[in-house]
Design a protein around this ligand. Structure first.
Ligand code: 13P
Ligand code: SF4
Length: 311
């Protein structure tokens, strides 16, 4: 029974006692973002995980992110407050099916979004994040054939932006898939001067109305720097917390789903992490991420290529 505990103070005490670093993605609940040592996008959090000298990494994010931290920092204890915090993109891409798809296209390399399992990373040549994908893709020779998975919307966006054909795996993020074009157009009519900032996991019919497309960190930067007073944000709405902290005088509106508000766009996996579960994870150093060493080393190759090519 955790009632009566000052969770914030207890988490602070445990973080020092266990020499832990708390990492949080922008899609986490505001209270978790506020007590994290670092809040960032997938690439930034991977870099911090690779470089930290903490003994414990408490990852407030989803499982593929915590596994990435473990791949890059195998000697650290990596805890994830809720092991069920998965991702629809990871679920869309079972390793056996991905291996079979690769085998059908032996002349293609696999350029793979970081939102996938460790097994799929091990089957891939180069990993990308939303903030590094364009830079990495533009370094691949034009005649090299490419499989891109598991996010068909990010893949489609890259194809359109860079004019590059790729074979796309048919996965989607259920959060970004849920934005409604009709409702977005209604909102734009209401706020004609408000730019739309969209994540590339959005389908093309949302991206087509965007003034800016980028990773969570890029969207946050845009929100801070644009002279516009009102910004429409087409990504998971918890990122608005950082925007409101940074520029409280501006108004940020989450892009709507079919019901006309942004609540249906909350990531149900990210939402599984809570202050209570983070406290227990730091106290017990469980649930812990453990990976088979051979698998880890194989997955690390494609992640290392990302870190080299993105730098
Ligand atoms: P980025 O923070 O890298 O833009 O990723 C977004 C996302 O969907 C993470 O699950
Ligand atoms: Fe996966 Fe989408 Fe949730 Fe990110 S927001 S963890 S891509 S389901």
């Amino acid at each position: 029974n955790l009632s009566g505990l000052d969770l914030r103070a207890e988490i602070d005490r445990l973080r020092k006692e266990k020499n832990a670093v708390i990492l949080a993605h922008y899609y986490q609940k505001p209270e978790l973002q506020d007590l994290a040592d670092f809040v960032g996008d997938s690439l930034e959090l991977s870099r911090i995980a690779a470089e930290t000298d903490a003994d414990v990494i408490a990852f407030c994010g989803v499982k593929f992110m915590a596994e990435t931290a473990k791949i890059l920092s195998p000697d650290k204890i990596v805890v994830l407050p809720d092991l069920d915090a998965g991702c629809s993109l990871e679920d869309s891409c079972p390793p056996d099916k991905f291996a079979a798809f690769r085998a059908q296209h032996p002349d293609h390399i696999a350029l793979t979004y970081i939102n996938c399992s460790t097994e799929v990373k091990a089957l891939s040549d180069i990993i990308v994040t939303s903030s590094s994908a364009e830079k990495i893709l533009s370094q691949i020779p034009a005649d090299q054939k490419i499989i891109f998975g598991p996010d068909k919307h990010l893949g489609g966006y890259l194809q359109r932006k860079l004019g590059r054909e790729m074979l796309l795996w048919p996965g989607v993020c259920i959060v970004h898939e849920a934005f409604s074009e009709t409702e977005l157009l209604k909102l734009k009519a209401q706020y004609p001067d408000a730019p739309v900032a969209a994540h590339p996991e959005c389908p093309a019919h949302i991206i087509d109305h965007a003034d800016m497309v980028g990773s969570t960190s890029a969207i946050l930067k845009f929100a801070k720097e644009t002279p516009s007073e009102v910004v429409i944000v087409a990504t998971e709405p918890h990122i608005i917390h950082q925007m409101e902290k940074a520029v409280p005088e501006k108004t940020f509106i989450g892009a709507p789903g079919a019901d006309g508000n942004c609540n249906c766009n909350i990531c149900p996996y990210m939402a599984l992490n809570t202050m209570e579960k983070l406290y227990v994870a730091l106290r017990d150093l469980e649930p812990r991420i453990e990976l088979d060493e051979e698998l880890r080393l194989q997955a690390k190759k494609s992640l290392d290529r990302m870190l080299e090519m993105a730098s």
